[in-house]
Design a protein around this ligand. Structure first.
Ligand code: SF4
Length: 430
C-alpha cells in the first residue's frame, strides 16, 4: 500500500491535532478518550496502569511521599512502564496518550464499588500529587490555567452502556479483581508435597487466609463451598495432585458428619471439577488476593475471604496475638488494615513471621506468599535480618499452635523440619 502525499498530509494534520490534546505531561483527565483502540492495547494499557498504582500503594506506606527515595522509585517505575515521567519532557506523546487512556480504563474498572473507588482514587491522588510537585512554578501556573476545575459526577453512570458491551464488561470486571503476576494454574510443583507436610506448612508458609481455612478444616472437619474452593485451589497451586486432594478432603470430612459414601457422591465431584476432570473441564486457577478481597465476602459460618479485609479488627488482633506477633507488629498491621491496605498488611505479617525487615516483593497472590516463604526458609533468598539463635519466630508459633490445637497431630519442630526437607530445596527453583 502506498500513501499519497495528500494522505500523508492528512495523517500529519491528525497527528498534530492529537498532540494538541496533550499540551502538558500532567493531565486532569477531564475528557474521556474518543479514539478507537484494539482490545490488546486496551488490556495492556490497563495492566500497566494497575502495576503502576500497586507500586504507588506500596511506596506510599514504605516511604515518606516527599522523600527523595520515594521520588526516585516512582520515576523509575514510570519510566519502566512508559508513562510520562518527567514534567519537562517534550516529546512524549505516546506516553501521554497511554496515561490518558489507561486512566479512563481503570476508572471504568474501579468505579464499580465503594471499596474499589476509594483504592483507585487514593493511588491516583498520590500519582497526581507527585507529578504536580515535579512541575516548575511556571508549568504549574500553565497547567492550572489550562484545566477547568469544574467536573462532572461519577463514571459509574456510564456503566449501563458499558455493561451491554459484551467485549468490555468481562475485561473490566476481570481488571478490578485482577492481579499482575504469575499464573498459578501452571502446576510445576505437582506431586512435590506429601499430605503429612500440610500441618507444618500451614504454620510456616501459608498466608493468614489459608492458615485460617486449614485450622477451621482441622477443627470442624468441614468447610463450606467458598472455603473449599479458595483452599482447594490454593492446595492445588502448591502442588497437591488430584489423588492427594481427594484423599486429603475425604480423610478430614469423614472425621465429621459426612460418611465416605456421601463424600464420594457429593464432594468428590467438585474436587475433580477444580482439577478440570468434570463439567467444562476447565483447569481452575487458584484465587488471587484481589479476587479473594473483592468478591464473595464470607458470611456467618464461613472461613474463606481475606482476614485482613473481612475479619473484625478486634478478632484479627486476637488472632495475631495468639500467633505471638509482637504488639508493635500488630499495631502496624492494624494501621494498614485501617487504611484499607490489606495486601500490605499481609506483607507486614509475612515480615513479622519470617523475621525479615523487608519482604522484597509485592504480594498479589496467596500462592506467591507460599512460594516466597519456602524460598526464604530454605535459604533461596537472603533474609535481611539474622534469625535469632533461640529458633526463629515461626518455630515458636508452631509450638503454640500445636498446644492450642485439639485435632492437629502435635508435631515437634524437629519433625516439621524433617518433613519439609527436600520440599524447601525444591522451592528455591524459579
Ligand atoms: Fe490471603 Fe492475599 Fe489476604 Fe494475604 S492479602 S491473607 S494472601 S488474600
Amino acid at each position: 500500500m502506498e500513501f499519497s502525499s495528500r494522505a500523508r498530509q492528512r495523517h500529519a494534520r491528525l497527528a498534530g491535532d492529537r498532540r494538541e490534546q496533550y499540551p502538558h505531561s500532567l493531565q486532569f483527565y477531564l475528557e474521556p478518550p474518543t479514539e478507537s483502540i484494539s482490545l490488546v492495547e486496551f488490556e495492556s494499557f490497563a495492566i500497566d496502569r494497575l502495576r503502576l498504582l500497586k507500586v504507588i500503594e506500596n511506596l506510599g506506606v514504605s516511604y515518606v511521599r516527599s522523600s527523595d527515595a520515594y521520588k526516585v522509585k516512582l520515576e523509575t517505575e514510570l519510566r519502566k512502564l512508559k508513562f510520562p515521567y518527567r514534567a519537562l519532557a517534550e516529546d512524549d506523546y505516546e506516553a501521554r496518550r497511554k496515561d490518558h487512556i489507561s486512566h479512563f480504563i481503570l476508572r471504568l474498572a474501579y468505579c464499580q464499588s465503594e471499596d474499589l473507588r476509594r483504592w483507585f482514587l487514593q493511588q491516583e491522588m498520590d500519582l497526581f500529587r507527585y507529578r504536580f510537585s515535579q512541575l516548575t512554578e511556571s508549568l504549574m501556573q500553565k497547567f492550572l490555567e489550562h484545566v477547568n476545575l469544574s467536573f462532572e459526577a461519577l463514571t459509574a453512570r456510564s456503566l449501563p452502556s458499558i455493561q451491554s458491551d459484551e467485549r468490555l464488561q468481562p475485561l473490566l470486571n476481570h481488571l478490578s479483581h485482577s492481579y499482575v503476576g504469575p499464573d498459578y494454574s501452571v502446576q510445576k510443583n505437582t506431586g512435590k508435597i506429601s499430605l503429612d507436610q500440610i500441618d507444618a506448612l500451614s504454620v510456616k508458609s501459608f498466608p493468614l487466609c489459608m492458615r485460617q481455612l486449614h485450622r477451621a478444616l482441622r477443627d470442624s472437619h468441614h468447610l463450606r463451598h467458598g472455603g473449599r474452593m479458595q483452599y482447594g485451589l490454593f492446595l492445588k497451586g502448591i502442588g497437591l495432585t488430584l489423588e492427594q486432594a481427594l484423599e486429603f478432603w475425604k480423610k478430614e470430612f469423614i472425621r465429621g458428619k459426612v460418611d465416605a459414601d456421601k463424600f464420594d457422591k457429593g464432594y468428590a465431584y467438585s474436587i475433580r471439577h477444580n482439577y478440570g476432570q468434570e463439567g467444562k473441564r476447565t483447569d481452575y486457577t487458584p484465587y488471587s488476593c484481589m479476587k479473594i478481597i473483592m468478591s464473595n465476602p464470607p458470611s456467618q459460618g464461613d472461613y474463606h475471604g481475606c482476614p485482613f479485609r473481612h475479619s473484625d479488627p478486634e478478632l484479627l488482633k486476637q488472632k495475631l496475638q495468639s500467633y505471638k506477633i509482637p504488639p508493635s507488629g500488630i499495631a502496624q498491621v492494624l494501621e494498614l488494615v485501617k487504611g484499607m491496605h490489606y495486601q500490605l498488611a499481609c506483607q507486614k505479617y509475612f515480615e513479622l513471621t519470617h523475621d525479615v525487615d523487608d519482604i522484597g516483593f509485592s504480594l498479589n497472590h496467596p500462592n506467591q506468599y507460599f512460594t516466597e516463604s519456602q524460598k526464604l526458609l530454605s535459604g533461596g533468598r537472603e533474609p535481611k535480618k539474622e534469625f535469632n539463635n533461640s529458633g526463629n519466630f515461626q518455630q515458636k508459633n508452631n509450638s503454640q499452635e500445636s498446644i492450642n490445637s485439639s485435632s492437629t497431630p502435635t508435631s515437634s519442630n524437629a519433625k516439621d523440619d524433617t518433613e519439609l526437607e527436600g520440599l524447601e530445596a525444591y522451592f528455591t527453583e524459579d
